[in-house]
Write a protein that binds this ligand. Structure first.
Ligand SMILES: [Zn+2]
Length: 576
């Protein structure tokens, strides 16, 4: 499923300020890929360049403006600033920018000796390579001052010198309007000089990009072989870099997702690997070579580096621990470390399992060790879909799996009657849950042999209240069973008559027997209709010894291990 970053932007805008991402791109390759060479409206390309960064207080805002404009640019950084601000340097790369060399500390190079020039250039090459893993191919001399001897030094380091066809003069206190006017001199193939730091540049960029696009000129990359602006080169889409079975939407070269437990598996060579993330809401676990998980708490927009590994080949697994139904999370791919490279992704597994459910399936509060998770952030920190029974069962069966779970949601009625008019069925088809309303997720590669459904706890765990659409529990039961049958019909249509459907339910007898009776009735009805591959699986909380010591009386790690054992044995026992 491919949607444009602009589509997401619009959708996000419509959902209000609570959404985090602001529709920004996710990518090691670049947000503007969608607006790049393939766009029929690009009759030519120009290069936006920004010198003297990265700097705190400026670069992040500039990247935000560029990404909002769907533009990629070349950042001519000084080595000193790269070394002081490695995170911002990686953020430039993660936002799809190209990085060039602008000397170590911005001297008048033509007044220096050849050795001093070489030191200015080589120290900066090393700094950028150490921080990003990428060796620059472009050099811009400070003050645009150059001569034959400096060019000879540049060539020794494999650098192409880039001056400027158009000087925006943004370094000279130029007004926003005048910067925009100066940019009108750009022609196809041309390069414009701007800077990382002037506030007026930030304001001018959206107007410049809009005017260029109106002229058919798209922001492009500077060719190291010609020094001219060209269409951005091909970038590796994330989905060609890593293996995932999760529900993801392609956005540019990256992917966006909202469901919990989405995982990405890749391979790389070298002693470090970068993970380009765009997510200020969710927590992640990273595993290298199957080792102990490293938890990334709300990483934000960044390339997170995992280093200090032995040289050689490694596997990396990234998993989204938490739920974010209304917040688009983004992964831009793996970044190779210095002298390393990304290797071919692991193959998909033969077996596929889909999990459909609520907070139990999502691993809500499973890491907690206590039921009170009311402290700020406590529930998020304590929730880990990758340790829930679903992920455990998937791994035990060596299956690829999807966790389509949403806490608090029921088949026809959500927890305590909340959010009337919506229920699980409202969102099941959506790749991006409450973020995107158009994407429909029907990839040809997803054909689970087994579908495990865990819905109904929220429908029945609280009594029907006044003002709800059901007169009493009997009416709710009738509605629940009819909706469940319709949902099974949909799964049958989607996955065929051979898929095994497992309808799970825990012990709710402390409040009602309606859930247990309904599930049993649904299975009897299906089997009476000749649909034999629908089974019920009862989790007997007491007999299994569940302690429900997770947040808000949810299954604990102890419980999920037990549930996974029961479910794994049950699925193994189903005939092939
Ligand atoms: Zn400069």
């Amino acid at each position: 499923m491919r949607i444009s970053s602009r589509t997401v932007l619009r959708r996000l805008a419509g959902l209000g300020a609570a959404l985090v991402l602001g529709g920004v791109p996710l990518t090691a390759g670049g947000p503007a890929a969608a607006a790049g060479p393939a766009s029929p409206r690009c009759t030519g390309h120009v290069a936006l360049t920004f010198d003297d960064g990265p700097t705190p207080g400026n670069t992040a805002a500039l990247l935000t403006v560029l990404r909002a404009a769907g533009a990629r640019a070349t950042m001519f950084n000084t080595g000193a600033n790269v070394t002081t601000n490695p995170g911002l340097t990686r953020a430039q790369l993660a936002a799809g920018m190209w990085i060039g060399n602008h000397s170590w500390d911005h001297p008048h190079l033509t007044t220096l000796t050849a050795d001093e020039q070489a030191a200015q250039i080589s120290r900066t090459q090393d700094a950028i390579r150490q921080v990003t893993g990428v060796t620059p191919a472009l050099f811009r001399p400070p003050y645009l001052e150059t001569d034959d001897s400096l060019r000879a030094v540049e060539r020794r380091y494999g650098l192409r010198e880039i001056n400027a066809d158009v000087d925006s003069r943004d370094w000279d206190g130029t007004t926003v309007d005048q910067i925009v006017t100066n940019a009108r001199a750009l022609q196809s193939g041309g390069v414009i000089l701007m800077h990382d730091w002037p506030p007026n540049t930030l304001e001018a960029v959206p107007r410049i990009v809009a005017e260029l696009r109106a002229r058919g000129l798209c922001p492009g990359q500077i060719s190291p072989s010609t020094g001219r602006a060209v269409a951005p080169g091909p970038v590796t889409p994330v989905l060609r870099q890593v293996h995932t079975a999760g529900r993801v939407a392609e956005i540019g070269t990256g992917v966006g997702y909202t469901w919990p437990g989405v995982y990405f598996e890749g391979r790389f060579r070298g002693d470090s690997v970068g993970l380009a993330l765009d997510d200020a809401v969710n927590d992640y676990d990273v595993q290298i070579d199957g080792g102990a998980p490293i938890t990334l708490v709300t990483p934000g927009t960044t390339v997170r580096w995992i280093g200090g590994l032995g040289r050689g080949d490694h596997t990396v697994r990234l998993v989204k621990r938490t739920e974010s139904p209304a917040n688009l999370a983004g992964f831009g791919g793996l970044v190779a470390g210095p002298s390393g490279r990304i290797l071919t992704a692991p193959a998909a597994r033969d077996r596929q399992i889909e999990f459909i459910g609520d907070s139990w399936t999502a691993g809500y509060g499973d890491m907690s060790g206590g039921r009170d998770c009311s402290a700020p952030g406590a529930l998020t920190r304590a929730s880990n879909a990758d340790q829930g029974f679903a992920a455990r069962t998937g791994r035990a069966l060596n299956a690829d799996y999807r966790i389509n779970a949403w806490s608090g949601i029921g088949m026809v009625r959500n927890y305590a009657g909340s959010s009337p008019g919506t229920d699980y069925r409202t969102y099941y088809d959506r790749t991006l849950q409450a973020v995107d309303t158009s994407t429909r997720d029907r990839p040809a590669s997803w054909h689970p042999r087994t579908v495990v459904i865990g819905l109904g706890i929220n429908d029945f765990s609280t009594p029907v209240g006044p003002g709800e659409k059901w007169a009493d529990e009997a009416a709710l039961v009738a509605d629940f069973q009819a909706a469940y049958q319709g949902f099974i019909d949909k799964l049958r249509q989607r996955y065929g008559p051979g898929a095994e459907l497992v309808l799970t339910y825990p012990d709710l007898s402390y409040t009602t027997t309606a859930l247990a009776e309904s599930i049993q009735q649904i299975v009897r009805d299906r089997q009476a209709r000749g649909d034999q591959r629908v089974r019920a699986l009862y989790y007997d909380n007491g007999a299994l010894g569940l302690d429900l010591l997770g947040c808000d009386w949810h299954p604990s790690l102890h419980d999920h291990e037990i549930l996974a054992g029961v479910l794994t044995a049950f699925v193994r026992g189903l005939r092939r």
